[in-house]
Design a protein around this ligand. Structure first.
Ligand code: ZN
Length: 405
């Protein structure tokens, strides 16, 4: 799948720092320790609705990771998927009377435009589930052959499920107890009540073809892949069996990342699948969680259409810490716009060497992406007329992705 163009990334003097990041599997902020090429997989969108600010906050988080690794001298191999065939997409297409493939194409186009405007560095591999169906089917077959997957005894639809007990440590990624896992599974697209499953938490690997649903031939018969195996296979086949980071929103901690880790680990025999599982908080609107069911989503494309500067959106979302659930409001946007204009006014000025500000930015970002502290450091720089602008402006561009000049 075509990705989007990369923003230019200016080189900045001085040495990058080793990035420390929170890992959901251990509950600690730990150093990332990539080799010459850092490997990162971030779960992509299901393209049935435009990019809202919650999505944007997630992709901006991992964009900062990407930038910190580049600054520290690593190459970064970044892979992102698009779940371009799944129940919510098909339901929306049915509701609106549009062909599901057309809906996906249109929403992916919007997403690309939003990411370009927000200056998010694109993935090297941007892979749709539809493009990857064959390789996913191969993996499902391997799991069946290994005794880690089975068909439910359903005469009409003998769908294939993964046996979570075969992973040996299911639950390590989320660290949730079974009651929480059961609750979240039911809430987030799982089917713990389905008759014939060995364990209620067993996730779907291959859904046999239903009337009026798209399907693909496979060794299991015609059907389509489950969501968790999609990400496990797309990531492992491009980045290897053990990756530096799997990222997404905090609503993906369970079941999605738990299950995709279990799939990848049983397939490869290696663990952990990801050295860091890192999750971005949710964005609310005026004190309420932003969600499709509440109908209060704020779309990036709509703000762009209203003339909002994408760099102000970026600053507004980065003003809070990535792990915190936080609110978006008109006040947040206005504060970001004012901050952006103060920084822009300072960006070109002559003055004393401000390399210390650049080093402070690196230091704060290396500490689990402490963007609120970076904002404070740059506010202090902008307010100090004695300090020069250009070096800090270049660092804001390279490290924060915020273009000031
Ligand atoms: Zn995923």
């Amino acid at each position: 799948m075509q990705s989007w163009p990369s923003p230019p990334i200016p080189g900045i003097p001085g040495a990058g720092r080793q990035l420390r990041l929170y890992d959901s599997a251990t509950g600690e902020v730990r150093p990332t320790d990539p080799g010459p090429t850092a490997t990162m997989y971030v779960c992509g969108i299901t393209p049935y609705d435009a990019t809202h600010l919650g999505h944007a906050a997630t992709y901006l988080t991992f964009d900062l990771v990407h930038r910190m690794w580049l600054d520290a001298g690593h190459q970064v191999h970044y892979v992102q998927n698009i779940t371009d065939v799944d129940d919510p997409l098909l339901e929306r297409a049915n509701r609106d009377g549009v062909y599901w493939g057309k809906l996906a194409e249109r929403e992916i186009g919007l997403f690309r435009d939003d990411m370009t405007a927000l200056r998010v560095i694109p993935p090297a591999d941007y892979i749709g589930a539809v493009e990857a169906v064959d390789e996913i089917a191969v993996a499902v077959r391997q799991l069946i052959d290994a005794g880690a997957a089975y068909r439910v005894p359903d005469e009409q639809y003998p769908d294939v499920y993964f046996d979570v007990t075969t992973s040996g440590h299911f639950g390590y990624e989320s660290r949730y107890d079974e009651a929480t896992m059961l609750h979240l599974s039911a809430e987030r697209g799982g089917d713990p009540e389905r008759p014939g499953k060995r364990h209620p938490l067993d996730p779907l690997l291959w859904r046999m073809a239903r009337p009026d649903e798209p399907s693909w031939d496979s060794p299991m018969g015609p059907g389509r892949p489950g969501w968790h195996i999609e990400c496990a296979v797309i990531a492992a086949n491009r980045l290897g069996p053990v990756i530096d980071l799997q990222g997404g929103g905090s609503d993906l901690i369970f079941p999605h990342h738990e299950c995709s880790a279990a799939h990848a680990e049983v397939l490869s025999g290696k663990r952990p699948f990801a050295r860091h599982y890192t999750h971005a908080g949710m964005i609310g609107l005026d004190g309420e969680k932003m969600s499709k069911s509440r109908g209060n989503l704020v779309f990036v494309s709509r703000l762009l259409h209203q003339g909002v500067d994408p760099m102000a959106m970026r600053l507004g979302l980065l003003a809070g810490h990535y792990r915190q659930d936080r609110a978006w409001s008109d006040e947040v946007l206005v504060a970001a716009e004012e901050r952006l204009s103060r920084w822009r006014a300072a960006a070109g000025r002559a003055g004393a060497d401000a390399d210390g500000v650049v080093e402070a930015m690196r230091e704060r970002l290396a500490d689990d992406l402490d963007t609120p502290a970076v904002m404070a450091a740059l506010d202090a720089w902008a307010a100090d007329d004695r300090l020069a602008g250009p070096a800090v402006a270049a660092a804001a561009d390279a490290l924060l992705g915020v273009r000031l000049i």
